[in-house]
Design a protein around this ligand. Structure first.
Ligand code: UT7
Length: 330
């Protein structure tokens, strides 16, 4: 079979030049959850790898930590808010249904020359937004774009459902994507998928146009995450491992060429499946799920920041990012 090679009609090269993150102080530990639902620390750690997550105080919107993460990313990249051309915000928990959280973050930052929008790709939202940013820069439509993955998952989590409430946390991660000189490398390749077969396994029933909010939807807790975890798990293992191997192999690389694998943090066992497929040692795999849980679109950019802070990510490294989420998207 002829490999699907990426088209090369680019005018410019796009690279990630700054990363940032912001998390609330408040911790929700497995011990705390033991007091809320019928669960235990050993089950959660063994099945998911999660030990604690961060939660905001009620009333905090996604833009709050999003703006803080964005500031840190801009500082890291050495750019000012006025130099940002676009802000893309992947999120499933925007401050409001409208306007876009991107508008709120632009206002908070004083990014007076930027336009922007929110993007709904669930747990793959950050990866999808990165591809949008890359395309805009390669085509010459923008020089500097902020991608801000920010989530208040606690606002859509049912803390009476042990199947899902143990999984999610709040927080934000942000990156600056910039036009870079080709010799500084930049983004090499990407593969994206959606498949609506996943709709029934992972969704939020109410609050959209099909089922607007009513007293009954609130009473039924239909504004929270509905997930058939076991089914999602099977698709996630196949999707994450498959697409990660495909993007590496079609570029003539192997696991030995990869310096760091930064996967979406949904379940340690899903990450390990992708890790094994590439034959990567633990030292090349970023794990932050133990401390932050699943933060949806914030997990990859915040893990990139942790990697920088821990000295595991440096300019010139070959990095693979991968996610799987509702839709399905991957
Ligand atoms: O990020 C977006 C995409 N989402 C994902 O990637 C999530 C994918 N799914 C998963 O990560 C896993 O399916 C879960 C972590 C959600 C669940 O783990 P699992 O190993 O698939 O467990 P299960 O749903 O098959 O449940 C096994 C048992 C059940 O009991 P029975 O029916 O065997 O008696 C559950 O009722 O574990 C029970 N269980 C729990 N027990 C203690 C479910 N939740 C809990 C809990 N504590 N919190």
């Amino acid at each position: 079979m002829t490999p699907r090679l990426p088209r090369d009609r680019t005018l410019h090269t796009a690279g990630i030049t700054g990363v940032g993150m912001s998390f609330p102080e408040r911790r929700l530990t497995n011990a705390d959850l033991e007091k809320m639902v019928d669960t235990d620390d050993a089950w959660i750690v063994e099945r998911t790898g999660i030990r604690e997550r961060r939660l905001v105080e009620p009333g905090t919107g996604a833009s709050f930590h999003g703006a803080l993460a964005a500031r840190q990313a801009m500082e890291h990249a050495g750019i000012t808010a006025a130099e940002v051309d676009q802000i893309i915000v992947p999120t499933v928990t925007p401050d409001m249904v409208f306007p876009a959280t991107a508008c709120l973050i632009a206002h908070e930052l004083g990014a007076v020359n930027a336009w922007g929008y929110d993007l709904e790709g669930a747990c793959s939202g950050f990866i999808f937004a990165l591809q949008n940013a890359r395309a805009q820069i390669e085509a010459g439509h923008a020089r500097r774009i902020l991608v801000v993955g920010t989530e208040i998952m606690s606002s859509i989590t049912n803390y009476e459902d042990r199947n899902s409430c143990i999984l999610f946390g709040d927080g934000a991660g942000a990156i600056v994507v910039e036009r870079v000189e080709p010799e500084r490398l930049g983004i090499i390749d990407a593969i994206h998928h959606v498949d609506g077969v996943g709709i029934r396994f992972l969704h939020q029933k109410a609050g959209g146009s099909v089922m607007p909010a009513s007293a009954a939807t609130v009473a039924g807790k239909l504004h929270t995450v509905y997930q058939e975890g076991r089914d999602v798990y099977k698709f996630a293992v196949k999707g994450m491992a498959g697409v990660t191997a495909e993007v590496v192999e079609r570029n003539g690389l192997t696991g030995a060429d990869v310096d760091l694998f930064v996967p979406h943090q949904a379940n340690i066992r899903i990450i390990e499946a992708a890790q094994q497929r590439l034959g990567l040692p633990d030292s090349k795999v970023m794990i932050t799920i133990d401390r932050f849980g699943n933060t949806t679109s914030a997990s990859i950019p915040s893990a990139l920041r942790v990697a920088c802070d821990e000295g595991r990510l440096r300019e010139g490294h070959t990095v693979v990012l991968c996610a799987f989420g509702a839709g399905f998207t991957w």
